[in-house]
Design a protein. Structure first.
Length: 407
């Protein structure tokens, strides 16, 4: 396989990203510029310095990995900055051939005297829409030569509310000072869904609900009321699960939170991560769970680089469970998680997958098509079918120019 040909092929095929955090994907140059303007202290005010001290190639663990989010969130506290960051994020995707993206973030981190939840989502929508309009009005897209750029927004609730990061969350904890933390976390998630319903009904492109944050010690089941509300109001649902905890977490996300997709799912096949004494035959439990996920086409949002960075004990990329997911015929989509924190792109992740897991042409194509088919596309089902068909047709045109590149 010729290295340059593979890179070019991946660059040309239409791509999607179903799992990418806005606050983990803003440009470092923009972060520095906005921090200076807002008089926010950074470890360095050069891109080289920030990449050395914060946005590293490798991290010790998850706490070090998430350090950069605090700086990002600090500059995302007014509508102008949010709009700019979203606009640049959209163009970063467009410029590498990503046709469809579902950008996710936790709106409650950005609520303050300038914005309520709807205002936060509206600011991000303005930035995304501006880039979308600019690109979709180019001749190549108007003529139908290239697919249009489309997107949806996923709102993230937090498994546990961090202190000192958000004025809104700090006040929320203070107001509910008599309640246990698990109850406060649950109430915040429920409040988010209520706001999401209103924002969506007012025309904003909210397509899904997610649960993020520290997994171990903060079970997803505590947020079942919020997910039930989202479920009753026709939101699609994804859950960070199996990233730092085992198959039980994924099981809970599917059975109690009605998850349509699973974020990461890395530890799905790890028997040693199952802690419940009720589960006697761990191997059989995992097998049944994997078969259920395959049968129901619950898509796993795979983030290779991110998993290696937050879980160094994985070792090398070849030890990642992605190959096992493919062997079980699971529906998988290759995603970035955080473009800046992980220093990656969809193209880089796809190249890693092809090179390290010996992907066939069919397997690579399936990853792209599964991603599009299992997306939370904001339009009608008929519109989604038409868009996916256009993506498949375009993929096959590109594929025909690279015969025998992959087995």
């Amino acid at each position: 396989m010729e290295k340059n040909k593979l890179k070019q092929f991946i660059r040309e095929i239409p791509k999607c990203d179903l799992h990418v955090h806005l606050d983990g994907s803003l440009r470092v140059k923009t972060l520095i510029e906005l921090a200076k303007k807002m008089k926010i202290k950074l470890p360095s005010y050069t891109e080289e310095g920030m990449n050395k001290l914060v946005f590293k190639d490798q991290y010790r663990d998850l706490p070090e990995y998430i350090q950069g989010f605090g700086y990002a969130i600090a500059v995302m506290q007014n509508p102008e900055n949010l709009e700019r960051i979203a606009y640049e994020f959209a163009w970063d995707n467009i410029n590498e051939g990503v046709c469809y993206v579902e950008v996710r973030f936790a709106p409650q981190f950005h609520i303050n005297k300038y914005m309520n939840i709807e205002g936060v989502i509206e600011a991000v929508t303005k930035g995304m829409d501006k880039a979308k309009s600019e690109y979709n009005n180019t001749q190549d897209v108007v003529s139908g030569k290239f697919p249009s750029f489309e997107y949806g927004i996923i709102s993230c609730a937090m498994r546990s509310i961090p202190l000192g990061v958000s004025d809104y969350f700090d006040k929320f904890i203070e107001v509910h000072s008599s309640s246990p933390s698990s109850r406060v976390n649950s109430l915040a998630s429920y409040e988010l869904v209520l706001a999401m319903i209103k924002a969506r009904d007012n025309g904003l492109p909210l397509v899904g609900f997610d649960l993020a944050g520290v997994e171990a010690g903060f079970p997803a089941g505590e947020h079942r009321d919020a997910y039930a509300l989202a479920h009753r109001n026709f939101f699609k649902k994804t859950v960070h699960a199996g990233e730092a905890y085992g198959a039980e977490s994924i099981f809970q996300a599917i059975t109690e939170l009605h998850a349509d997709r699973i974020g990461h799912g890395y530890y799905l096949f790890s028997e040693e991560m199952i802690k419940s004494r009720i589960i006697k035959d761990k191997k059989e439990f995992i097998n049944r769970l994997a078969q259920y996920i395959a049968d129901r086409r619950i898509t796993i949002e795979v983030c290779l680089t991110s998993n290696l960075q937050t879980n160094p004990k994985i070792g090398t990329i070849k030890d990642h469970s992605f190959r096992k997911m493919l062997d079980y015929k699971l529906s998988t989509a290759i995603c970035t998680d955080n473009r800046t924190v992980s220093k990656t792109t969809v193209s880089k992740e796809l190249e890693l997958a092809v090179k390290n897991f010996n992907l066939t042409a069919r397997e690579l194509k399936n990853c792209m098509i599964y991603g599009m088919k299992r997306s939370f596309y904001p339009g009608s089902y008929i519109e989604k079918r038409g868009y996916v068909r256009h993506i498949i047709d375009f993929y096959e045109i590109v594929e025909a120019r690279y015969p025998d590149l992959l087995p």
